[in-house]
Design a binder for this molecule. Structure first.
Ligand SMILES: Nc1ncnc2c1ncn2[C@@H]1O[C@H](COP(=O)(O)OP(=O)(O)O)[C@@H](O)[C@H]1O
Ligand SMILES: [Mg+2]
Length: 467
């Protein structure tokens, strides 16, 4: 068994490649090698489907392979290599017979010919079969793409019907929403379940790092939350998913951020209108003209009264500080004062993405969802964002592959794995350690089971054969 395990490990390393073996948790690689080394393992047909059935999900979820198709290729390769090393004697599929079977093969020889382990040398499938498989693969791909496009269109329609997220000035001071419980929810894209019956609670004020291999559904999960498409998210919860760059137009970068405070903008516009009307009335009075009423049918006193209310409210929402706050966020994200006065249409996509991020930070929604924010940032801006997020008073979820960034800004990790969300307390390093421990324990349990099984087999053998 030890020799078989070593040979098995060699094949697994060779097929997966040194980079993958390096990257994936060692216990996972050990587990895969052990399963395949088991003499009872059923490799099934030579196309590797037996391996795919037993280990496909693990190979995909652990990041050993990048897609289902890649997984099938790897399983087929594993099956082929195991065959070459004489570690497997798969049942020959009728179609895969390359040389005609001679019933008297070896009959004339003095010694029986050795069994040929090289069972996979020739082509396994006829060209007709291959073409058929190719056609089916292309059809499946087209179908998946169409389903995905349908999903995107549905999401866009949902997004169009949603009120835009902007700054909310609470009169009572407290946040509208605290903890968010999402129970037994699934996220499906193009008919494929990316998350299945997961349950998660986002505790108010905690900072979550969302991790999982590429394509596992992190972005889709954030989108679903932003669309309020998951039960358990309160209707009044303001969720902002920074996914798209701001539209390029004549608005300056600074104004674009400030415009997110809709109430402030509206109050200031009303103030400017009323001040103008006040001036017009004064001029009319000086020349003894007019009815003493403005275009809006307000007299001098009503205008003064409304202006007073506006000033009070502007003071309450700290409107004067808004511009300095917006400017400091933009500066943190490496916008010079000149750049802040530039029109958004003059910026590249990457910089418009930074403006979108600045807007989100300025708005400070109940739940902020950041999808790989450091991708668009220079080192200086990343460090600034770290410091800013550390002091973030509300809940956020951030997807990132940057370990140090996660270690600095998060208090919890959400791991999207095996279509479930697993929550871990602590930063990324803590998560990795906890998980390693967990996998080692699983491996130990596997080995104990193995020992128990072979012991049992030994006992059975003794009972059956009386030895
Ligand atoms: N452009 C696309 N075309 C077809 N399917 C896609 C596309 N983008 C994403 N998907 C599907 O959605 C799944 C999840 O994608 P996504 O949520 O972007 O994952 P992540 O953010 O974890 O990388 C993918 O595995 C894929 O099946
Ligand atoms: Mg993504």
């Amino acid at each position: 068994m030890a020799a078989a395990a070593a040979a098995s490990m060699g094949v697994v390393r060779e097929v997966l490649g040194p980079d993958v073996v390096e990257e994936v948790d060692q216990p996972i690689i050990d587990y895969i090698a052990n399963v395949l080394a088991d003499e009872d393992f059923d490799f099934g047909a030579p196309d590797g489907h037996g391996i795919f059935e037993a280990l496909g999900e693990l190979l995909i979820d652990s990041g050993c392979v990048s897609s289902q198709d890649h997984c099938l290729q790897v399983c087929s390769k594993l099956c082929e290599k195991f065959g070459k090393h004489g570690l497997v004697k798969p049942k020959q599929a009728v179609r895969s017979l390359v040389t005609p079977l001679r019933m008297n093969a070896g009959m004339d020889d003095d010694v029986a010919p050795k069994k040929q382990p090289e069972v996979f040398e020739g082509p396994l499938l006829s060209s007709r079969d291959k073409a058929k498989i190719e056609r089916k693969k292309r059809k499946d791909e087209r179908q998946r793409e169409a389903q995905y496009q349908m999903h995107v269109a549905e999401m866009e329609a949902l997004r169009a019907g949603m009120p835009p997220v902007f700054v909310i000035h609470n009169n009572d001071g407290g946040p509208a929403v605290r903890d968010i419980h999402m129970e037994n929810f699934s996220v499906t894209v193009g008919g494929r379940d990316l998350i299945q019956e997961a349950t998660i609670t986002l505790a108010f004020g905690r900072h979550y790092g969302l991790v999982g291999r590429n394509g596992s559904g992190k972005t889709s999960f954030l989108r679903a939350m932003a669309m309020h498409a998951i039960d358990g998210i309160p209707k009044n919860c303001h969720i902002l998913h920074v996914e798209q760059e701001v539209v390029g137009d004549d608005t300056t970068a600074l104004q674009c951020v400030l415009n997110a405070d809709v109430e402030r903008v509206q109050l200031m516009q009303e103030e400017a209108r009323l001040v103008q009307q006040q001036k017009d009335l004064e001029i009319e009075a000086e020349f003894g003209q007019g009815s003493g009423k403005s275009k809006g049918d307000l007299d001098k006193d009503s205008i003064s009264k409304r202006l007073e209310e506006i000033y009070k409210r502007l003071e309450f929402i700290d409107a004067d500080a808004a511009e300095a706050r917006a400017a400091s966020i933009l500066a943190g994200l490496s916008f010079t004062p000149e750049m802040q006065r530039k029109r958004t249409k003059e910026f590249s996509g990457g910089w418009r993405m930074r403006i979108a991020l600045a807007r989100a930070l300025f708005i400070e929604p109940d739940l902020l969802l950041l999808d790989e924010p450091t991708n668009h940032l220079d080192l200086h801006a990343v460090l600034w964002l770290e410091t800013y997020l550390l002091k973030w008073p509300k809940t956020f979820i951030v997807v990132s592959h940057a370990r140090e960034f996660l270690n600095t800004v998060v208090t919890d990790i959400l791991h999207l794995y095996g279509r479930k969300l697993h929550a871990y307390k602590g930063d990324y390093d803590t998560f990795e350690r906890t998980r390693e421990e967990h996998l080692k324990n699983q491996q130990k349990a596997f080995e104990t089971n193995e020992k128990a099984r072979s012991h049992m087999q030994g006992t059975l053998h003794c009972i059956m054969f009386g030895v």
